[in-house]
Design a protein around this ligand. Structure first.
Ligand code: ACO
Length: 332
């Protein structure tokens, strides 16, 4: 049986560092409030208008392709996960394909927010296992900073998010012990309005108007306590599901790489899974929540720090808007 496995990984963040104190100059907040509730100290924002998710995805993709020992032309397909695509349409995957010189190669966008990377991975996994495509580039990239409201009305959301990108190259392996051992995905639309960006919306005619803009309905809105409660229930649940489906136990997990939404969420999830801190990857302190990019960014960082051993068993779990959630076990 063919499985899909990780061939290369890369990441990229803009150079501009924005600290909690920088945000406190724009809204009534403080480093203490943000750090205590989220674990975030700073995040990266793009330096100028005109840089989209595909632009951040480009260097991350190049790094992942080089890490895989491949050239861009060896990539057979792109799966691009983002909630902040460069444009309403066409998708950022098409833009990235053009920037990589992959004109003619298929590209698909995945719009599953913080679970986007795992949904994207499932598409790559299916394509590879059926033999449709061999080398699939999976990208998670976000430019949040142009879509946040930097004032007191938007402060609950604005302090949490950052810009960044991560990418992996997936390819086939005939070694059943390697590669994706399980992938579990879920969605429940009953929580749509707990975390959403309402406009512009095709459900409205016109899609956006002065009243919507004045009310800030084109900025993300969140019922933070609801999101928190759902996340700490669903992330451990799906992590256990992924582990069981892979036929292993939590004790077999070498490294847990959760979506980086909030340090408190991830500490509670790790505690419920009884995973010690040395087996858990956190990078939210420096980058905030980069949504579809968090898992590949954290994987890349952990590997650079020497925390990802050859043959390691990795556990991923994510939860986000939709609601959507997912888990996966990957053996290197
Ligand atoms: N700075 C200072 N005060 C703020 C800020 C801010 N940035 N934002 C909100 N407040 C105020 C509120 O106005 C409110 O004031 P009030 O009590 O006078 O009305 C008060 O702080 C709320 O404080 P808490 O109840 O202590 O807030 P809470 O503990 O719920 O923390 C938080 C808020 C951090 C958003 C929390 O609910 C949370 O982490 N939720 C999960 C959300 C999340 O992680 N989303 C990420 C996207 S989804 C995902 O990736 C899973």
């Amino acid at each position: 049986m063919v499985r899909s496995t990780l061939l290369g990984v890369g990441s990229h963040v803009p150079e501009r560092v924005v600290t909690n104190d920088d945000l406190a100059r724009l809204m009534t907040t403080s480093d203490e409030w943000i750090y205590q509730r989220s674990g975030i100290r700073e995040r990266r924002f793009i330096e100028r208008s005109g840089v989209g998710a595909s632009d951040l995805g480009l260097p991350a993709s190049r790094a992942a392709i080089a890490d895989a020992g491949l050239r861009p032309e060896d990539i057979d397909a792109i799966v691009f996960a983002t909630l902040s695509p460069d444009y309403f349409f066409p998708g950022s995957g098409c833009l990235l394909g053009d920037k990589l010189g992959l004109n003619g190669k298929p590209a698909i966008d995945i719009r599953n927010q913080c679970t986007g990377f795992l949904y994207a991975l499932s598409v790559a996994d299916g394509w590879i296992r059926t033999g449709l495509y061999r080398h699939v580039l999976v990208v998670g990239a976000e430019v949040h900073s142009t879509g946040l409201e930097f004032n007191d009305r938007g402060r609950d959301v604005a302090v949490l998010f950052g810009d960044g990108a991560g990418a992996v190259v997936m390819g086939p392996t005939a070694d059943e012990r390697r590669g994706l051992q399980s992938l579990c995905l879920h969605a429940d639309g009953s929580g749509v309005k707990d975390l959403w960006c309402e406009g512009p919306a095709s459900a409205y005619d016109p899609r956006v108007d002065e009243a919507m803009l004045a009310a800030g309905r084109h900025y993300p809105k969140m019922v933070g306590k609801h999101v928190f409660r759902w996340a700490i229930e669903k992330m451990p649940e799906v992590a256990i599901e992924a582990v069981e489906r892979a036929g292993i136990t939590l004790a077999d997990v070498d490294l847990f790489i959760p979506h980086q939404a909030n340090m408190r969420i991830n500490q509670l999830v790790a505690a419920r899974l009884e995973l010690p801190d040395e087996k858990v990857v956190h990078n939210i302190e420096q980058f905030g929540n980069t949504t579809a990019a968090t898992i590949p960014m954290a994987l890349d960082r952990a590997r650079r720090e020497g925390r990802v051993k050859p043959d390691a068993t990795l556990l991923f779990a994510a939860f986000g808007a939709g609601y959507t959630w997912g888990g996966a076990v990957l053996r290197l």
